[in-house]
Design a protein around this ligand. Structure first.
Ligand SMILES: Cc1ncc(COP(=O)(O)O)c(C=O)c1O
Length: 392
């Protein structure tokens, strides 16, 4: 595969997201072993959760991902353009989007409504190739997916389309609402609806070779949800899907794939009472040393991680110590309290999250009242990704 040149506009010495493709490959292998004989789809949408889609896709394939999953047709076509020729599944497209191209490229598409199936059938005729379709049943997420009351119609239309040679039904699939809470009663309810929908599809004459419903959390902690295929995103990137230890409970040791780092751009000794950053929401109680980190909310550093008053912000790691973010996170920079007598110097490396002994994306998420997914995915395009451990 070949990736376009990076358009990142921050100098990589100044700040970068270090992407460890060996860690990604190790995570993928560990997950593939856990779920076997089910196959593993590694979800690389949203630029591989901020890690860089093409290099991560390549590493995931090499480590045994027989499928790649993406949300958009653009993402799926970008994989093909980069040379990926394996199974790619794509599940979110608009009413006016061109379906001929993905079908011609052999990309699997999701269908959740009879009207959508008609569009796919028409596009397959133009493409001159059968469309590979995964029928989606809404088992209770109420996001998309075929409502159960329309399911029989969808299956019977699909059987007609199969008969005509326009489509191949590859799978029936769905998505959990609460798999990050393995004991949540909705999980069993969704599984029951799912299995009933598969039975009805088969009764309508469809062959359903593949069933898939499990994301990372379900793949880790709900063996009965693995069926023939699981769709794993966040766990492949080494972030626990819940704010806890679901992976550890499943006996899988995940390694963080992204280490977000930057250089200290300035240090300054300040007296007690010195107020810091916009709004002066934090002031030094005692004399201390402050450090300047050149990343901000434009780069995906959550403003919710600001240290205001006695509210602890996120922490970063400097020379083995965790030091707090103080004051308001700005668009391009933020300030940390290095502590009195600190010896850090301009140019020293700061790990924001992801390194050994540093805060994790989940640690940041806890402080910012969000999820690790959002922390890694929002790291902006301005931040260069530097890859190690893979082909590049
Ligand atoms: C439909 C679908 N399947 C699978 C995934 C992967 O989920 P996770 O990152 O929790 O493994 C996602 C991610 O949001 C998704 O939208």
């Amino acid at each position: 595969m070949s990736a376009p040149e990076s358009s990142a506009l921050i100098d990589p010495q100044t700040a970068s997201a270090e992407i460890d493709l060996t860690a990604l490959a190790d995570n993928v292998r560990a997950l593939a072993d856990l779920v076997a004989p089910a196959e593993l789809m590694v979800v690389v949408k949203a630029d591989a959760y901020g890690h860089g889609m093409i290099p991560c896709a390549e590493a995931a394939r090499t480590a045994g991902a027989t499928w790649l999953g993406v949300a958009t047709i653009g993402e799926a076509c970008a994989l093909r353009a980069a040379g990926d020729s394996g199974r790619v599944f794509c599940w979110l497209f608009g009413e006016d989007e061109d379906l001929v191209r993905p079908i011609a490229l052999g990309i699997d598409v999701a269908v959740h409504h009879p009207a959508q199936l008609s569009r796919v059938v028409a596009a397959a005729a133009t493409a001159g190739a059968p469309a590979r379709v995964h029928l989606k049943i809404d088992t209770g997420l109420s996001r998309n997916g075929c409502p159960p009351e329309l399911w029989d119609d969808l299956c019977s239309d699909a059987a007609t389309a199969v008969e005509s040679g326009a489509v191949e039904i590859v799978a029936v699939w769905s998505h959990f609402a609460s798999s990050d809470e393995p004991d949540h009663p909705a999980n069993e309810r969704q599984l029951a609806v799912f299995e009933a929908a598969v039975a009805r599809a088969r009764a309508a004459g469809l062959t359903v070779p593949i069933r898939h419903i499990a994301n990372s959390a379900a793949a880790l902690r709900m063996p009965t949800a693995r069926f023939e295929l699981v769709r794993v995103g966040i766990a492949a990137y080494g972030v626990d899907p819940a704010d806890g230890d679901l992976a550890e409970q499943a006996g899988v040791r995940l390694q963080p794939v992204m280490r977000l780092r930057a250089q200290l751009l300035a240090t300054r000794a300040v007296a007690a009472g010195a107020a810091v950053s916009y709004g002066h929401r934090w002031a030094a109680r005692d004399a201390t040393v402050l450090g300047l980190v050149p990343l901000g909310y434009a780069d995906g550093i959550p403003r919710a991680g600001s240290g205001w008053g006695t509210d602890q912000g996120t922490s970063v790691e400097v020379d083995g110590r965790w030091v707090p973010v103080v004051g308001t996170v700005c668009m391009d920079q933020f300030v940390v309290d290095l502590g009195p007598g600190s010896r850090e110097e301009v140019g020293d490396d700061v790990t924001l999250f992801g390194g050994a002994g540093a805060p994790s994306a989940s640690d940041w998420a806890r402080v910012c009242r969000t999820i690790g997914y959002e922390i890694v995915t929002r790291i902006g395009a301005r931040v260069p990704r530097r890859y190690s451990g893979g082909a590049r």
